[in-house]
Design a protein around this ligand. Structure first.
Ligand code: MF3
Ligand code: CO
Ligand code: CO
Length: 290
């Protein structure tokens, strides 16, 4: 991991690297690793860990591809859970959501105005619905987290719009994810796509470090200011997972203590990938086209 002399110092001082840690002889990757752990509790990943997460990511993406084929009017969210659960086990992985902080199922399935953390159950999908399926397999101890929002049958124009905007938001966030940029650049780019379209960005849930655990530091807000926040360095692995509402951003949590729904009942869509910061950009460890 090389940091340019004129890049912002990874220690977060706001100084150029050459005026800060470089001049203090803190110019090797082990030091960056130590600084990120001490200062931010961020675990920069080794080559071996990255390949482990990428392997989990292949199962995650394959799960979404497989489930896309099965999404059709009439299927219940419980059936989606069963299919995801069995597919995950068949590939030698374990579904991280199951019993995570008391979550009762193996996958989050969030329909229409459900923003995230929908619990699978007896609900039948119907023509015109949208459904986000959020999967996190654990393979050999490594976690990969991703989600897509699918159409059930043919979408009406508003439905097509919110899904397209949510996908564009993730893409715009990922385009900011490179060494030397800051975490705030990601949220700033996402807001810059969603808000001019009249859509809103949910604030209560954020992207997160991932890989060795389900949720690690840092938090990755989907709103923010350009140039603010932690400097991105190679070896960081985190999710970007903007939740975008057609109406207002406010939410409420149902009595099950999990399901987050839009306060105004408007549609909400989300796409999520797990990404690795590299020298010259980012590499998705759960890649799919956006
Ligand atoms: N997969 C979600 C995320 O993107 C987290 C779900 S937590 C659960 O972070 F318990 F609901 F599974
Ligand atoms: Co996530
Ligand atoms: Co997720």
């Amino acid at each position: 991991m090389r940091i340019g002399r004129n890049d912002p110092c990874p220690c977060g001082s706001g100084l150029k690297y050459k005026k800060c840690c470089l001049s203090k002889n803190l110019n090797n990757s082990q030091n960056t690793k130590d600084i990120y752990l001490k200062r931010y509790q961020i675990r920069l990943k080794s080559e071996k860990e990255i390949e482990g997460i990428a392997e989990a990511g292949r199962i995650a993406v394959a799960t979404l591809d497989m489930i896309e084929e099965r999404i059709q009017p009439g299927i219940t969210t419980e059936e989606i859970n069963t299919i995801v659960h069995e597919f995950t086990l068949k590939h030698g992985a374990v579904p991280a959501p199951l019993h995570y902080r008391g979550f009762p199922k193996s996958v989050c399935v969030s329909v229409n105005d459900v923003i995230c953390h929908g619990i699978p159950g007896e609900r039948h999908l119907k023509e015109g619905d949208i459904v986000n399926v959020d999967v996190t397999p654990i393979l050999n101890g490594y976690y990969a987290d991703c989600s897509k929002t699918f159409f059930v049958g043919e979408p009406d124009p508003d439905t097509a719009k919110i899904v397209a905007v949510a996908a564009s938001c993730l893409k715009a966030g990922m385009e900011q994810a490179r060494a030397g940029n800051r975490i705030g650049d990601i949220g700033w780019a996402i807001q810059g796509v969603a808000e001019p379209q009249g859509c809103s960005v949910v604030r209560e849930f954020v992207g997160h470090g991932v890989g060795l655990e389900f949720h690690e530091a840092p938090q990755v807000a989907h709103y923010g200011k350009k140039g603010e926040g932690i400097v991105l360095v190679p070896g960081m692995v985190f999710t970007i997972e903007p939740m975008i509402n057609l109406g207002r951003r406010n939410l409420r949590i149902l009595d099950d203590n999990w399901t987050a729904v839009t306060a105004d009942g408007s549609l909400s869509a989300q796409f999520e990938q797990t990404i690795l910061i590299t020298e010259n950009g980012c590499r998705s460890l759960t890649p799919f086209p956006l």
